[in-house]
Design a protein around this ligand. Structure first.
Ligand SMILES: [Zn+2]
Ligand SMILES: [Zn+2]
Length: 277
């Protein structure tokens, strides 16, 4: 079995000529079956795919990790390069009215910049599921991730608007992709809003497999306390995770600490990274 992970969009560019853009998009290939996890914020995923010679036309499914714009906003540009009808797997709550409080402390719409109808008009058919979806025997979505650890909490600056009122967003739509590889599980995170460790535990439960080879993607440790980072590190060690490739909303501080702790097992996963397993 061959697994290939190509990061099309991330906050930083890891190679010359690629665009950096706050957000994430990772192409997951398992023996020629291709799943695109997220589409980035705007233009970078489609642009970088062209620069890198990645053929988006051959993508078989798109999975949206959650509704936030930095993971869904590149949809139209990706579709314009993909040029085909495609099924998109997501949790129904991607359509909740999502808001965030930005650095100006003002609320700002943070959901997809397109309506469901617009996407369907471009050739998308949706498969909504709160449960895990087995896309193939070896590629599975987590579905809704139970919040179980004490130390992983939803970011308090994220909201849904209901009847004009901002309420805490439980981010029930947050999901990850799991690949069952020969070396163990590979867990590809979008933003990790429900917690990286919660996601890894859930991946083990769904698949019935203990061994985690790699975790890659956004871990949302950007606002985490030192205590949370230390507890996360302890659990990553206990789980025996062999490779840790953080991206996006991990933040520099948490990434630097993880790099110190995990040495050669750590890598910073940015736009242009290509990993084969
Ligand atoms: Zn998010
Ligand atoms: Zn994000």
């Amino acid at each position: 079995m061959q697994v290939k992970l190509t990061t099309l969009s991330e906050n930083t560019a890891g190679r010359v000529r690629l665009l950096a853009e706050w957000g994430l998009s990772i192409l997951v290939e398992v023996d020629n079956y291709k799943v695109l996890l997220d589409t980035g914020l705007d233009m970078s995923a489609a642009y970088n795919a062209v620069v890198m010679g990645v053929d988006l036309h051959s993508v078989d499914r798109i999975v949206l990790s959650h509704g936030h714009r930095d993971h869904t906003g590149g949809f139209q540009r990706v579709m314009s390069v993909m040029r085909k009808r495609i099924e998109v797997i997501a949790h129904p709550d991607i359509w909740a009215a999502k808001y965030s409080r930005t650095f100006s402390r003002r609320e700002q719409y943070a959901g997809p910049p397109f309506s469901r109808e617009a996407l369907e008009g471009w050739g998308v058919s949706f498969k909504f599921s709160k449960e895990p979806v087995w896309i193939t025997d070896n590629i599975i979505t987590t579905g809704e991730i139970p919040m179980q650890t004490e130390y992983e909490k939803i970011d308090p600056d994220l909201f849904v608007k209901e009847k004009g009122e901002l309420l805490p967003d439980p981010l029930r739509d947050d999901l990850a992709l799991i690949v069952k590889s020969d070396k163990g599980l590979i867990v590809v995170l979008g933003c990790g809003h429900r917690g990286m460790i919660n996601t890894l535990h859930h991946a083990q439960k769904i698949t019935g497999l203990e061994q985690i080879h790699m975790v890659i993607g956004g871990t949302h440790l950007i606002h985490a306390s030192r205590e949370q980072i230390d507890l996360t590190i302890a659990e990553l060690r206990r789980l025996g995770v062999e490779k840790i490739g953080v991206s996006h909303c991990t933040g520099l501080k948490a990434a630097a600490i993880l790099s110190q702790e995990f040495g050669d097992s750590f890598f910073f996963n940015n736009a242009g990274s290509v990993i084969t397993i």
